[in-house]
Ligand binder design. Sequence first.
Ligand code: PHE
Length: 348
Amino acid sequence: MDLKTRLEQLRRENQKRIKDTNDLDALNQIRVNLLGKKGPITEVLRGMKDLKPEERPKVGAYANEIKADLQENLQNRKDALEQAALTAKLATETIDVTLPGDQVVQGTPHIIDQIMDDIEEFFIGQGYQVVDGPEVEEDHYNFEMMNIPKDHPARDMQDTFYIDDQLLMRSQTSPVQARTLEVHDFSKGPLKMISPGRVYRRDTDDATHSHQFNQIEGLVIDKHITMADLKGTLLALAQHVFGKDRQIRLRPSYFPFTEPSVEVDVSCFRCNGKGCAICKYSGWIEVLGAGMVHPNVLTNAGVDADVYGGFAFGLGPDRFAMLKYGIDDIRSFYQGDVRFLSQFKEEG
Ligand code: PHE
């Protein structure tokens, strides 16, 4: 077979092989075999030495033409196979953008925390500081400093978990006020504070009682603080929490640490004072206790009660939440049932 025929044959054979190859690795193998040093084309070129000199350039040119032709075939086939592989890959990885997405469950702060945060922000806006204190407290701060000595009948008002003679679970957040009052430097200005937090009482849990609940107590001490300041502060608070049309009224009451003491009612936010089931047809709802700080409380903390005086109040965020959202069982706040808690999505 002359070289030209051999080259023709090589072209035909390899064009077919390239066309029939469906695999990139196999295609690469064909390329290496065909064009490599030991490949058939090199072999043909080597055989040119036996040709007559005038034939060599013709056969050489023809060999190069066929080589270039096959290279092009290889490249085209390679491109086609790569394109096919990409198309197949894209087909398996299609994303259906119309499918509904996976729901991400977003949590929300506990409803009591939401109420407490809101009330804290209200008081911070009025220039109060927010003070924390220990939940395991000394009898001294929880009771003695608050003008409730041992064996005083007022101790019965707050049935307490004692740890030993000295230590107890605080039954109110008043001890935080006592601790702050004791160290406050009045030469630097008045004391305006709130103490929010958990308190504990030996109650049997039922729909309206929980052995653990929350309190926010407030204390303002300065010269010339009057009951009008107390009333104005509580009216602003009631309107902030229960709506701008609310009114409040004060009724005489008794607390050992305040004198005079009052019970504070807010006009019913449901019926606007006309009378409904929520306000038990009285038009008013009791929301907190307050009063003018008893001189003994000031003296106990080393504050001159002839110069300084002020007011204190205590409110229950649990009760506020129950009233505001019509919750009829205080235990719901502490059972951690997400179905209950997730109803109170944070606003905004
Ligand atoms: N500490 C009181 C209580 O738990 C609430 C209160 C505080 C009442 C301040 C009056 C003034 O009963």
